[in-house]
Design a protein around this ligand. Structure first.
Ligand code: HEC
Length: 229
C-alpha cells in the first residue's frame, strides 16, 4: 500500500519536475512587467557586474551556482552549500518562499505568492542577466553618489562631542549640531566611498535633522571625534 502511494507521488513529482503543470505560467512571463516587479528586489540587488548591496549582484545570475559570486562576502552557509543552480525552476521556488525553499538563508524577503508576477520577474531576470536587453543605469550603477565628489558643505573638517551633542564642522566653515541619536557613523570602502581621513556627511531622512558621516575605515571614527565642551 505504502509503496503504491509512493509510486503515485513520484509520478506526480516527475510531472511537476518536468514543468508540465507549471509551464503555462512560466511561458506567459512578461519581461516588461517583470522589470517593474524587480523594483522590490532593487532595494537590495543591483544588476551591475559585482555591484553588491545588501544582497549580491544579480548580473549573470541565470545558470550561476548559488552563493558563488566571489565579490560578495555575506552569503549564508545554507545558500553557499545548497548546490542549487539558478534557473527557471529553482528561481520560481526561491521567489515563492525563500525560507521554505532554503531554510536558514539570509534574504529578508517573504516571497511572492502568485505564480504570474513570479513568472514575469523570472522572464525579466533571464533576459537581463544574459544581456538580451539594455538595462537602465539605475539598475546597474553603484547605489550611492560618489562621496569623493561632494562639495565643501559635505566635507567634514571636525567633529566635537559634548554631552548628547555632536557639532560637525564642514569645509565651508559651517557648524551644525546634531542630537547624538540623529547622527550615524558609517564606513564605505567601495570605489565611491570617501578618501582616507576625509569623512563626508550626507543628509538622512526628510527633516534635515539627521545625517550620516561616512569614513573610509572604522579605525578613523573615534580618532576623528574629539570630546570637547
Ligand atoms: C531585503 C533585501 C533583499 C530583497 C528585498 C531581495 N533580496 Fe535577494 N538576496 C538578499 C540577500 C542578503 C541574499 C543572500 C542570501 C544568503 O546568503 O542566504 C540574496 C540572495 C538572492 C539570490 C541568490 C544569489 C546568489 O548569488 O546565489 C537571488 C537569485 C535573489 N536574491 C533574488 C532576489 C529577487 C529576484 C528579489 C526580488 C523579488 C530579491 N532577491 C529580493 C537580499 C534581498
Amino acid at each position: 500500500m505504502r509503496t503504491i502511494f509512493h509510486v503515485v507521488l513520484a509520478a506526480f513529482g516527475a510531472l511537476i519536475g518536468a514543468g508540465a503543470l507549471t509551464l503555462p505560467a512560466y511561458a506567459a512571463g512578461d519581461v516588461d512587467q517583470g522589470a517593474k516587479a524587480f523594483r522590490v528586489c532593487a532595494a537590495c540587488h543591483s544588476l551591475g557586474t559585482d555591484v553588491n548591496m545588501t544582497g549580491p549582484s544579480l548580473a549573470g545570475i541565470w545558470g550561476r551556482k548559488a552563493g558563488r559570486l566571489k565579490s560578495f562576502d555575506r552569503y549564508s552557509p545554507s545558500l553557499k552549500s545548497s548546490g542549487v543552480v539558478w534557473d527557471q525552476k529553482t528561481l520560481d521556488a526561491w521567489l515563492q518562499s525563500p525560507a521554505a525553499f532554503m531554510p536558514g538563508n539570509n534574504m529578508k524577503f517573504a516571497g511572492i505568492p502568485d505564480a504570474r508576477p513570479r513568472a514575469d520577474l523570472i522572464a525579466f531576470l533571464e533576459e537581463a542577466s544574459t544581456g538580451h536587453i539594455r538595462l537602465p543605469t539605475a539598475m546597474t550603477a553603484p547605489p550611492f553618489e560618489d562621496l569623493k565628489k561632494q562639495g565643501a558643505d559635505h566635507q567634514v573638517e571636525a567633529i566635537r562631542y559634548c554631552r548628547d551633542t555632536y557639532r560637525v564642522t564642514t569645509a565651508d566653515g559651517q557648524t551644525s549640531d546634531f542630537w547624538e541619536a540623529n547622527l550615524r557613523f558609517k564606513t564605505d570602502s567601495s570605489d565611491t566611498g570617501p578618501l582616507p581621513g576625509k569623512p563626508v556627511i550626507m543628509p538622512a531622512g526628510m527633516m534635515g535633522d539627521r545625517g550620516s558621516v561616512f569614513f573610509a575605515a572604522p579605525d578613523e571614527i573615534s580618532k576623528f571625534i574629539k570630546h570637547q565642551c
